[in-house]
Design a protein around this ligand. Structure first.
Ligand code: C2E
Ligand code: CA
Ligand code: CA
Length: 755
């Protein structure tokens, strides 16, 4: 024991033990420190891995591609849900399994057999491979997936992991197939489309075109392929096309339409509406153009025809008044118009007479003939226009205008000497011409001033013997206001009693005997020839004047009746509403009847439905006065008014005159025929006399007679003629054949009513 104590008491021993204890303590500390550090590192690694896993899952949940991470040993460390979904596996089950054993099919004949084993073997950087995996829809279903791998060195422990991305390409393939299919369908549709279609490359060269397109261009699909599209264009339309294409290419528009001309292989020009769209790649870069072309030649022709019609006289094809004004205005606006421009006013002599004598159809022929003469006389030195019935104007533009004007005028007179064949007659039409040159005052006054100067010269030609040419001079200026001058002339003519009645026979349709006449007023104008009512009645704007005219014509008609062969034939007078209202007309009619000792039924009054819109009580009173005295009242232009029945009910009407617009359509126009029949039945039902006007053909006469129209008038039976011509023709008439006009409540019971 002492030895042990001694040992303890030896200093070297104590140092040794102390050292040992210190070493032991240090060792224990180190051990604890070490194991703590290791545990912490392990815990850190786990946390890190969990975090990574969470981040991985979060990123992967939104990715389209599936991701598999495998260790260098080849076992799967992680698999994203998408990857599991694509492969049809459970992600948790897959972890820990070797990646090479993932299910892959060797179904595709095009697939290299190696790929089955090495489906998930590393790929070259940037490369991928496509492999088949079993689909979910049965044994034959294969889904095609694209595999791409990349090796990543772990910073954590220096090991290498492999990241494999897989993408299901089945959808893409289907889309590509569908695209292919729809492309084929598109091509098929394009081939058979009735409108022209073409695919055009960015150099505007035809890549593909359909048959309709080729036919339109007068070529074949094969010949067109590769042709520059511009080569087919009309040269004048190239620029417009180019500009639009540029805008399309630059993205300023998605599409454009353009109407333009193409020149066919045979040299003919076609109009087409071009629709162009630009097809772009997904990224927006232009790829090619899709072009539709519709032949618009017919539409174009149609609209050009309409435009032409709006500016031309349909009968002669000459410019109409509108176009004439435009042309003349343009000519006068040119800086050197004075001395280089002029007009010739042309008015036919005796044209109204010709129309009356031979009818409107002949009149029309004559106008066409005259138009031809004017055209050839002008010979391209100006514009020929027809501005009214028998009025023409030629606008001349020539360096030596005066000379041209006289040459043209001379050529017109010469040309008109050539007679025109009308049925069995040869007729010549003459014209009076007035020339006016553009001068200071007409240039200032524009087209109307120059035209009225030429007109004044033309009137001078008429008044100094017709069929000649006069040139405007300042002395004619006073009469250039022709309208008011004519109105003043008319007033004088009415006061002087210069207006005359012509008589058109009215026949009983069943027996074809003349029973009466319609009196139609004419003005034998000293320079303008015989004027029809349409040319001058509208100029009367003074009620007093129309009463004077009306009463003067009553006297004329009574004078005619006194001399006509039959003592029962009647004359009907056209009366306008403004002649009525103060009983002057009725007084004159009744006193004239008395003076000439005529039966009251022999003077008949015609009133148009139009002039009776809202007849006032004074007019109604005057008409009743006449009717009570035995003067029949006829409703003229029957069927054209707003409410014919109300007139028949409210006015003391004895008969109706069927408007000639209905007669004109008989028998071809079923509506005209139906209306004629219905109105006839109505009038008869109401006990009214029935007269049809404007009968020009035998067929019309027969049809109307068959559906109950008792009387008729028209060119078939005779045009309106001066009294003297009637007297000459009717001397052989048997008076017993003439019936008076039917009359309701007649006061003269001697006269037998034909009803
Ligand atoms: P309205 O009373 O309807 O006269 C019939 C018109 O047709 C007349 O034209 C006549 O010449 C024309 N006509 C006769 N038969 C035929 C035919 O078979 N075919 C064709 N297409 N036309 C035919 P007009 O003489 O130019 O008279 C036009 C109008 O002037 C008359 O139409 C009448 O409303 C009015 N009018 C005529 N004379 C007088 C009158 O003395 N006083 C008044 N206030 N008006 C009158
Ligand atoms: Ca009439
Ligand atoms: Ca009429």
């Amino acid at each position: 024991m002492g030895g042990l104590v001694d040992l303890f008491q030896q200093p070297s021993f104590v140092v040794a033990v102390t050292c040992l204890l210190v070493v032991l303590a240090l060792a224990a500390f180190y051990y604890f420190w070490r194991s703590h550090k290791e545990r912490k590192a392990h815990d850190d690694a786990l946390t890190h891995e969990r975090e990574l896993r969470q981040q991985f899952d979060a990123v992967m949940s939104s990715a389209r591609d599936g991701v598999i991470i495998s260790r260098s040993t080849g076992e799967i460390a992680m698999m994203s849900d998408m990857a599991a979904h694509i492969l049809g596996l459970n992600a948790a089950d897959a972890v820990g399994k070797p990646v090479m054993r993932l299910p892959v099919r060797a179904l595709d004949a095009h697939m290299h057999p190696l790929l089955v084993n090495e489906a998930f073997a590393p790929t070259e950087p940037g490369q991928s491979r496509v492999v088949g995996v079993p689909g979910r829809r049965g044994a034959d279903d294969v889904r095609w997936i694209q595999v791409r791998t990349a090796n990543v060195e772990s910073e954590h422990d220096g090991t290498t992991i492999t990241v494999t991305t897989i993408m299901d390409t089945s959808g893409l393939r289907e889309a590509a197939e569908a695209l292919n299919r729809s492309d084929m369908q598109f091509r098929k549709a394009m081939e058979n489309a009735p409108t022209g279609m073409a695919l055009v490359d960015l150099e505007w060269r035809l890549m593909e075109a359909n048959r309709a397109f080729a036919e339109m261009m007068g070529s074949t699909v094969a010949a067109l392929r590769g042709t520059p599209f511009s080569a087919l264009s009309h040269p004048q339309d190239l620029q417009a096309e180019h500009d639009q294409l540029q805008r399309l290419y630059d993205g300023h528009q998605n599409h454009f339409s353009l109407e333009k001309r193409y020149v066919r292989a045979d040299g003919n020009v076609v109009w087409a509406v071009l629709d162009v769209g630009l097809v772009r790649y997904a990224g927006g870069a232009p790829d090619h153009y899709v072009v539709q072309v519709r032949d618009s030649t017919d539409d174009r022709m149609h609209s050009e025809l309409l435009a032409h019609r709006a500016m031309h006289d349909p009968l002669t094809g000459l410019a109409n008044r509108t176009l004439l004004h435009d042309v003349l205005q343009q000519v006068l606006e040119q800086p050197d118009a004075q001395g280089r421009a002029g007009v010739i006013a042309v008015d036919l002599d005796g044209f109204k007479g010709l129309n009356d004598r031979f009818g409107h159809a002949t009149g029309d022929n004559a106008l066409v003939h005259v138009a031809g003469v004017l055209r050839s006389a002008t010979a391209g030195r100006g514009t020929v226009a027809r501005i009214g019935g028998d009025e023409f104007v030629i606008v001349v533009q020539d360096d030596d205008c005066a000379k041209a004007l006289f040459e043209i005028a001379g050529a017109i007179h010469t040309g008109l000497k050539q007679p025109l064949q009308v049925k069995r007659h040869l007729i010549t039409v003459n014209a009076s011409l007035g020339i006016a040159m553009a001068d200071e005052s007409t240039v200032d006054g524009g087209a109307p001033a120059l035209l009225s100067a030429a007109d004044a010269a033309m009137y001078r030609a008429k008044s100094s013997g017709k069929s000649r040419t006069e040139v405007f001079d300042i002395s004619m200026r006073a009469s250039t206001d022709t309208h008011s001058a004519l109105a003043a002339e008319l007033a004088r003519a009415i006061e002087n009693g210069d207006l005359v009645l012509h008589y058109q026979p009215v026949l009983e349709l069943s027996t074809r005997t003349v029973v009466g006449y319609e009196a139609l007023v004419r003005w034998q104008h000293p320079t303008r020839g015989l004027l029809l009512p349409g040319a001058f009645l509208p100029l009367i704007n003074d009620k007093k004047l129309s009463v004077v005219l009306g009463t003067a014509l009553v006297d004329q008609a009574a004078g005619f009746l006194a001399r006509v062969a039959s003592d029962t034939a009647w004359v009907s007078l056209n009366v306008s509403a403004d002649q009525l209202g103060d009983s002057e007309f009725a007084d004159r009619v009744l006193s004239t009847i008395g003076r000439h000792r005529l039966s009251a039924q022999r003077i008949v009054v015609e009133l148009t439905e139009a002039s009776l819109v809202a007849p006032n009580t004074r007019i109604r009173h005057e008409l009743t006065e006449l009717r009570n005295a035995g003067v029949p009242i006829l409703l003229d232009d029957f069927g054209t008014g707003v409410s014919p029945l109300s007139y028949l009910r409210d006015l003391p009407v004895s008969g109706v005159k069927l408007d000639m617009s209905f007669v004109a359509g008989i028998p071809e126009d079923p509506a005209g025929a139906r209306v004629s029949r219905a109105l006839g039945a109505l009038a008869r039902e109401l006990g009214l006399a029935t007269i049809a006007e404007g009968i020009e053909t035998e067929a019309q006469a027969r049809f109307l007679s068959n559906c109950g129209w008792r009387y008729g008038q028209g060119w078939l039976f005779g045009v309106a003629q001066p009294a003297a011509a009637i007297f000459a023709a009717t001397t052989e008439f048997s008076t017993s054949m003439i019936d008076p006009l039917p009359q309701e409540d007649t006061v003269d019971s001697n006269v037998e009513s034909p009803r």
